[in-house]
Design a protein around this ligand. Structure first.
Ligand code: UD1
Length: 455
């Protein structure tokens, strides 16, 4: 499979840069929730992996493409999903949430604008620009918010929509897009400077209802892109090549309703594999797609674990007594995922030797280093690189979660550390892990959710 990568995503020169800043209110809100973890206990048993957050979010945006009923199952119960549901409702969508199922009908949208307070909480909400523009011919949407992992530009989304015949203006933080001359977007050949997941998804959705054929070159190959394409095809879209770096979309006049079951979350699965490794525990993971975890499994093998594929949906991790250092460089899929970098760093703090971790995707994604150091980890970091010198043990400490995957890394470190770790600021963790503490408790972890007292 052809796979082209720029030297580093985070140092590219850009002509249009629409960078997304961290919204002030996201940090201002008081969050006293915390997890208290007593480390050093081994885990055992089976855990069922939830549906993929990143798939569910974009497929929710994808329901805007049609005016009929859509039923989405295996949707994880997460703060990010609730935010996306609020945004869709603000746009006029009728939405029923029952457990892990969503019933969505977007027959009555138009004229409404998603409010900034909602959009600023969730970067993925910006991806709705594609389906809204394609279906309605014009759209206004605030620039998004999201994690504090760095500036998150959307210029590739904008350039792609312009290539399809849209005018796009940004005024006072609002993106205003309209099809030039009215009517439908036009199919186009689009080359992405880097294989952005969000840009691929935005443009693929926009192209489903465009006039003619769209070709997206250097497209993102992530499983969530493929899941979105399969969902759109279930609604009548014509998309070929999703999951490779060239996606061809033949526009159709309209889509119909349908049902879709979200794929398992490969990042949650990877996090539980590391939980098994770091606590030296044998764990079985149900409801996984092993092929989505190839890079993560390869790295677990490098450190010395065994990961056995029991079936096409079951993985078992068998830990080793001691672990070896290994180097990690984050890459677009099928490379090692940036969303697993922090969790692996936690594991490598306990491996023998020095590991070099290079974060290629986001410029501010090593914030967990300082927190792991509070637990006694031996890490030196500069720019986008960290050198992790393995230690025999970590010590429990109060630590602060700074973003979603950093939170997971601190929980993992706490499970392995000697004594008590308190992971504060759980709003980050709750954005993206369905009942992580509950699932870990069922596996035998000593972990409790508490409210910190006001200081
Ligand atoms: C998605 C995932 C996120 C994951 C990331 C990379 C969702 C909701 N989120 O985020 O969990 O960490 O993929 O796998 O699916 N870029 C540009 N210009 C653009 C867009 C992106 O330069 O217009 C760069 C980014 O700065 C970054 C790289 O492309 O360096 C990858 O970002 P992208 O794939 O777009 O990430 P998201 O879709 O935001």
């Amino acid at each position: 499979m052809a796979h082209s990568l720029p030297h580093s995503f985070i140092q590219e020169d850009r002509t249009i840069t629409v960078a997304v800043q961290r919204p002030a209110q996201a940090v201002a809100k008081e969050d006293r929730s915390a997890l208290e973890i007593f480390g050093g206990h081994s885990l055992q048993g089976q855990v069922t992996i939830s549906g993929a957050k990143n798939s569910a979010l974009v497929i929710m945006a994808g329901t805007l493409l049609c005016a009929d009923d859509c039923r989405i199952t295996n949707v994880p119960k997460l703060a990010d999903i609730n935010n996306m549901a609020e945004i869709l409702k603000a746009l006029g969508v009728s939405l029923k949430h029952d457990g892990n199922t969503l019933e969505i009908n977007a027959s009555d949208i138009g004229g409404s604008e998603a409010p900034y307070e909602l959009v600023s909480r969730l970067r993925a909400s910006f991806f709705a620009i594609g389906p809204l523009l394609s279906r309605l011919g014009e759209v206004k949407i605030p620039l998004p918010g999201g994690c504090a992992i760095g500036a998150r530009p959307v210029e590739l989304h904008v350039k792609g929509l312009q290539a399809m015949g849209a005018s796009v203006q940004i005024e006072h933080g609002i993106v205003k897009a309209a099809v030039i001359g009215g009517g439908r977007l036009k199919g186009a050949k689009i080359y992405l400077d880097c294989p952005s997941v969000g840009a691929t998804e935005t443009l693929m959705m926009a192209a489903t209802l465009a006039d003619g054929e769209t070709i997206i070159e250097n497209a993102a190959q992530e499983p969530e892109v493929e899941d979105l394409a399969n969902f759109c095809c279930a609604l009548g879209a014509k998309i070929e090549g999703a999951g490779t770096n060239t996606i061809v979309i033949s526009g159709v006049e309209k889509l119909h309703g349908g049902e879709w079951d979200i794929i398992p979350d490969r990042i949650e699965a990877g996090t539980f594999l590391v939980a098994g490794a770091i606590t030296r525990s044998e764990l079985t993971l149900n409801s996984v797609v092993p092929d989505h975890l190839t890079a993560v499994i390869a790295k677990l093998h490098s450190v010395g674990c065994k990961v056995i594929t029991e079936s096409d949906s079951i993985l078992r991790i068998i830990p080793a007594e001691t672990y070896k250092a290994t180097d990690i460089k984050t890459m677009p899929f099928p490379g090692f995922p940036t969303d697993m970098q922090a969790q692996f760093m936690a594991l490598l703090t306990l491996a023998e030797g020095n590991s070099v971790i290079t974060e290629m995707m986001f410029e501010n994604r090593l914030q967990h280093v300082a927190e792991l150091q509070r637990m006694g980890a031996n890490i030196k970091s500069k720019g986008n690189m960290a050198i992790v010198g393995g230690m025999p043990f970590l010590s429990g400490a109060p630590v602060m979660a700074t973003d979603l995957r950093a939170s997971a890394a601190l929980v993992l470190a706490g499970l392995a550390a000697q004594g008590k770790t308190t992971v504060q600021q759980l709003r980050h963790l709750d954005r993206g892990y369905e009942q992580l503490d509950e699932k870990l408790r069922r596996l035998g972890a000593k972990i409790e959710r508490i409210e910190m007292s006001a200081s």
